[in-house]
Design a protein around this ligand. Sequence first.
Ligand code: F6P
Length: 319
Amino acid sequence: MRKIGVLTSGGDAPGMNAAIRAVVRKAIFHGLETYGIYQGFSGLIAGNIKKLEVGSVGDIIHRGGTILHSARCEQFKTKEGQLQGLEQLKNKGIEGLIVIGGDGSYMGARALSELEFPCIGIPGTIDNDIPGTQYTIGFDTALNTVLDAIDKIRDTATSHERTFIIEVMGRDAGDIALWSGLAGGAETILIPEIPGDLKDIARRLEKGMERGKKHSIIIVAEGVTTGTDFAAKLKEETGIETRVSVLGHIQRGGSPTAFDRVLASRLGAKAVELLMEGKGGRAVGIYKDEIVDEDLFSILEKAHDFNQNLYTLSKELSI
Ligand code: F6P
């Protein structure tokens, strides 16, 4: 393999730039040429491809977002779109592709692998919802952004003796809510993996108030409901007046944490190694601090591991 490509796709995540840098520098270190494909699979179809040098990825390790830009591409879900993308890669003489993104991006990588084009997936999403890895690039940074918000909102909650509802991202997964809720000492955490019972939540809040607790923080994962809807239901059930904060896209931005930068560097380098070994149709990940790789096809059949122990702990500590 002499020429490889790299793209980022789907929702951006802090640490994607560190992964791009690792791919480019590892490849160049081993004598390969690297091409950046801009705007994800849309850019691939359009042939928006440029050669990347060592300097192209200088000064980006600390930056959020992705220098390659990103997109969600409906056209690449069609056979026609996939064949157009493949044609563009072949025109440039690119022999292997590294795709950084979430499950939608993995589906694009799988489609190219089915067309016998070697592709490696790197998990990059704040949602931490990709099977085949314990952590995705961007999750740790998003978690710390949410935690910072919880800590600030807690100050106001304490001053005003109020209950706050904080809605966080995560799509169908509850990892951002669960980890930030545990780290931020939230009284209640609502996640899609565990159906919560409104009456039970209401009783817990009321019991806390009877004990003299004057304020509470409730974290709601967007995959359950909206913060506003939950606030209305809680008011109906208990009469408790709350304030709602929807954290939104601030969770996707910002300078990546050290954890995300190191993770991205390790995963990026591993992806290049796999292509150099002539492998394709794989996705890289981390388990117990070991960088691993797994069949891309089987990953897409699995569900992301949900950490039940962490949920149980959060319940025990939020009495
Ligand atoms: O997958 C990352 C994510 O931020 C999800 O948490 C969220 O549901 C979604 O993307 C939002 O997507 P968009 O930025 O396209 O509205």
